[in-house]
Design a protein around this ligand. Structure first.
Ligand SMILES: CC(C)(COP(=O)(O)OP(=O)(O)OC[C@H]1O[C@@H](n2cnc3c(N)ncnc32)[C@H](O)[C@@H]1O)[C@@H](O)C(=O)NCCC(=O)NCCS
Ligand SMILES: Nc1ncnc2c1ncn2[C@@H]1O[C@H](COP(=O)(O)OP(=O)(O)OP(=O)(O)O)[C@@H](O)[C@H]1O
Length: 195
């Protein structure tokens, strides 16, 4: 049996960094944001439908994320249409990954909107990455192309961190790398000991 561990957390809390720690231990990781990148790239299945919705977002046969963010700034209601196009394609990519890795003891599914959009029942356990709100904001705003308005829009569409922590089977503190790595190692040991 493959143990399916969901990994989630709010924007900038450290999902990708923590997902890499699971990869370093040899466990297959699927990443929802990564799937969106593939879907938006040349030849990706989201290119045609999104360019119909937002013609300006089509650049070099791919979806340009900065142009998409600009369109979202002008019309915030676009995000719902975008999600209804993208999420079914992401779900298919995830189902393919789970099938491909059915021989593994443990797989990790890194999903920003796990509690908001997926059913908790799709996972055997859920780990939430978390740090304090000031650190989160500083990390997000230090990214190129990120504005305070966009950060607020994204946060308003995510479940509050405190609620995610309450629902988690494990909380991974991402205040520093060593603490996070120790938590990742402990979680893997615990899961594999019971496998
Ligand atoms: C708005 C877009 C263009 C911004 O792209 P950008 O490269 O700046 O950010 P990136 O995709 O890496 O997302 C960063 C983080 O924002 C958060 N986020 C992204 N989309 C959403 C959303 N629809 N609702 C809530 N949070 C979101 C997540 O925490 C994610 O990890 C992009 O996020 C997008 O197309 N989103 C719609 C698809 C989606 O819902 N993706 C979420 C995972 S399936
Ligand atoms: N355990 C940690 N200790 C110190 N810094 C960290 C830790 N985890 C992540 N960071 C830093 O926080 C920032 C955000 O991390 P990361 O990109 O992994 O977050 P994310 O949750 O995947 O973000 P998003 O939701 O926007 O995709 C990065 O600059 C990263 O270096």
């Amino acid at each position: 049996m493959t143990y399916k561990l969901g990994l989630t957390g709010s924007i900038g809390m450290g999902k990708s960094t923590t997902a890499q720690m699971f990869r370093d231990l040899g466990h297959p990781v699927w990443d929802a944001d990564g799937a969106v990148h593939r879907l938006y790239a040349q030849g990706g299945a989201a290119v045609a439908p999104i360019s119909e919705l937002v013609p300006d977002a089509l650049k070099n046969d791919a979806i340009d994320r900065e142009a998409l963010k600009l369109a979202l700034k002008t019309d915030p209601s676009l995000i719902e249409k975008l999600e209804s196009l993208v999420h079914p394609l992401v779900a298919q990519d995830r189902a393919d990954f789970v099938k491909r890795n059915s021989d593994s003891d443990l797989i990790i599914l890194d999903i920003p909107l796990l509690f908001e959009k997926s059913s908790d029942h799709s996972f055997d356990g859920v780990a939430v990455v978390s740090t304090d709100a000031d650190t989160q904001k500083a990390r997000v705003l230090s990214r190129p192309g990120m504005s305070e308005d966009h950060f607020r829009m994204i946060l308003s569409r995510q479940m509050p961190d405190s609620e995610k922590r309450d629902r988690a089977d494990w909380v991974i503190p991402t205040d520093d790398l060593e603490t996070a790595r120790a938590a990742v190692e402990r979680i893997c040991k615990e899961i594999l000991a019971n496998a």
